[in-house]
Design a protein around this ligand. Structure first.
Ligand SMILES: Cc1cc2nc3c(=O)[nH]c(=O)nc-3n(C[C@H](O)[C@H](O)[C@H](O)COP(=O)(O)OP(=O)(O)OC[C@H]3O[C@@H](n4cnc5c(N)ncnc54)[C@H](O)[C@@H]3O)c2cc1C
Length: 512
């Protein structure tokens, strides 16, 4: 098997992976492995923006308050504080590296989103923030002499020797040839989320939870996997991934209505349409379960819609809907996972030599629910911190002995069938509203799928592992909090506040 050695191996080319690579680029040779083209991943899909307290009426402490309140008692306050304090310097760095945030007069234009107490969301070309930031990072990384990008290269597993992560085994998807990549200083997982385990999702097709599953197989601790955020307003047309109608649209005045023309959010929360995401998603879910269709009425925005949200406008028109004139049909969809690989405040995982940042990591900043526009921020901030830490790491041996891997299985049809079954099970039994009974049924159905997964189906295997971790975690937490809602335990129970669990090698136990 071909072997390549670098100082740093970074897996993933979203905001987290590219920011890590660029932050390490001055210190050594970085290889970035990414399973699709450079433009894959959720970072490219992000619309609304990135949060930072840069406005005159704002401060990191106000940003912290909003973050902690939204996380309903489960945030790691130290992590969250690190993030909000580093937010202003991080958006300035992104701008220095080429991101052209929208401007308003002399300064950056700042939008407001749900649960933020002031306007603090920086955006690019209205609703193309992710592409604006990631595009700039990618350009810079490609022209950086120390950064080598390997696209269409899927990492299948971590290589662990003597209790340390030494590298990864990957497959070039064009040629199906496995290869080994070894790191002198460390490996960074920046593989993003796992929305593809659900039938309806806004996540990129590649968000199959590979990083979570690889870490799990290597015995690394994961945590908080029950906390999945369902975005309330995906465009309700049949496609995978589903197109997101950003929360910023409601921030600008659009309102949710049902097919009786009723603006119903006042029945569910005092903040109405700008209530926390989980509340809005459950409200829409309830309206739908009772047989009503839900729309976003953007008529208050009139012609402003097209100018402020050009991308969303174009996508709606592609489906025969004119925003501002026609009601926009919407549905909740799996969007983000708050849990993940447990890390410290520098992105160190429980496996020496392995770091994680971005959506795959659980730094604790989101707690039970993520504040809008905090995830791009988390990705960039903790990527910088991972790089700081990695720079200080001693050089390790790259002698690892033999590595075996079979390569990819050719039966793509069967693989896609199994993936669809996982998605259906998760939507039905571990979705927006779950219960002990539904989760136990889901668990049994997932277990039956395992024997059908053959060697060389890594995405399928990974999706199943992630699905099982979500189900086990959701069974463990017998209360409702943030993104996790149990129909049989509908209240938040004070004794569960600040209680987290750890998933490791098939067990779920309380973390201390
Ligand atoms: C539609 C949408 C809109 C959003 N809007 C916002 C927003 O406005 N503001 C905000 O803060 N957040 C937003 N989010 C969330 C945010 O975009 C993500 O949480 C964030 O971009 C994750 O960044 P990341 O770098 O961790 O992962 P990603 O950007 O998803 O990148 C993951 C990378 O890992 C690669 N990869 C995965 N598995 C493997 C493997 N096995 N081998 C090799 N490579 C692999 C992928 O190809 C990809 O390059 C949005 C999400 C979606 C889906």
């Amino acid at each position: 098997m071909n072997r390549t050695v670098a100082d740093f191996i970074v897996v993933g080319s979203g905001i987290a992976g590219l920011t890590t690579a660029l932050s390490l680029g001055e210190s050594g040779h970085v290889i970035v492995l990414t399973k699709a083209g450079g433009e894959s991943g959720n970072s490219w899909r992000a619309q609304g923006g990135i949060a930072a307290a840069v406005g005159k009426d704002d401060s990191p402490s106000l940003h912290l308050q909003d973050t902690l309140r939204t996380g309903v008692g489960l945030c790691d306050p130290v992590s969250a504080e690190v993030m909000v304090n580093m937010a202003p310097s991080t958006v300035r760095l992104l701008a220095e590296w080429g991101t052209r945030f929208d401007r308003n007069g002399d300064g950056w234009a700042l939008a407001r989103e749900g649960s933020h107490s002031v306007s603090r969301i920086l955006h690019v070309k209205g609703d193309a923030t992710g592409a604006g930031i990631t595009g700039a990072l990618l350009e810079r990384a490609k022209s950086h002499g120390n950064i080598e990008m390997k696209t269409h290269t899927m990492v299948a597993d971590l290589i662990v020797k003597d209790g340390t992560c030494r590298g990864v085994v990957a497959v070039d998807q064009g040629r199906s040839e496995p290869a080994v990549y070894l790191a002198r200083k460390g490996v960074v997982l920046a593989t993003g989320g796992s929305g593809q385990v659900y039938r309806y999702t806004t996540n990129d097709r590649g968000s199959t939870g590979d990083g979570f599953a690889m870490a799990y197989r290597a015995g690394v601790q994961l945590t908080d996997m029950e906390f999945v955020q369902f975005h309330p307003t995906a465009l309700a047309v049949d496609q995978n991934p589903m197109f997101l109608v950003s929360e910023a649209v409601r921030g600008e005045g659009a309102i949710l209505v049902n097919d009786h023309g009723e603006a119903f959010m006042h029945r569910y929360h005092e903040w109405k349409d700008l209530a926390p995401r989980d509340v809005v998603s459950r409200a829409i879910f309830t309206e739908m379960s009772e047989g009503r269709t839900v729309f976003l009425d953007a008529s208050p925005l009139k012609d402003r819609f097209r100018e402020r949200f050009p991308g969303i406008y174009r996508e709606c028109v592609r489906h025969g809907i004119t925003p501002g004139v026609d009601p926009i049909p919407v549905t909740p969809a799996a969007h983000f996972i708050m849990g993940g690989i447990r890390t410290d405040h520098h992105g160190r995982t429980t496996l020496p030599g392995l770091f994680a940042c971005g959506e795959v990591a659980c730094t604790g900043v989101h707690g039970a629910n993520r504040l809008a526009s905090n995830s791009l921020l988390e990705g960039a901030v903790f990527a910088r911190r991972v790089a700081e830490c990695l720079n200080e790491m001693p050089v390790q041996s790259t002698e690892i002995g033999d590595v075996f891997w079979t390569g990819l299985c050719n039966d793509k049809q069967d693989e896609e069938r199994i993936k669809d079954e996982i998605r259906d099970i998760m939507w039905e039994y571990a979705g927006i509203v779950r219960s002990g009974e539904s989760l136990r049924i889901g668990k049994e159905k997932l277990a039956k799928l395992r024997s059908r997964i053959r060697e060389g189906m890594p995405e399928c295997e990974n999706m199943l592992t992630v699905a099982q971790m979500i189900v086990d975690s959701a069974l463990w937490r017998e209360e409702s909090r943030g993104g996790h809602y149990r129909g049989d335990f509908p209240q938040s129970i004070p004794e569960w506040e600040m209680r987290h669990h750890v998933i490791q090698r098939g067990t779920v136990h309380e973390s201390h």
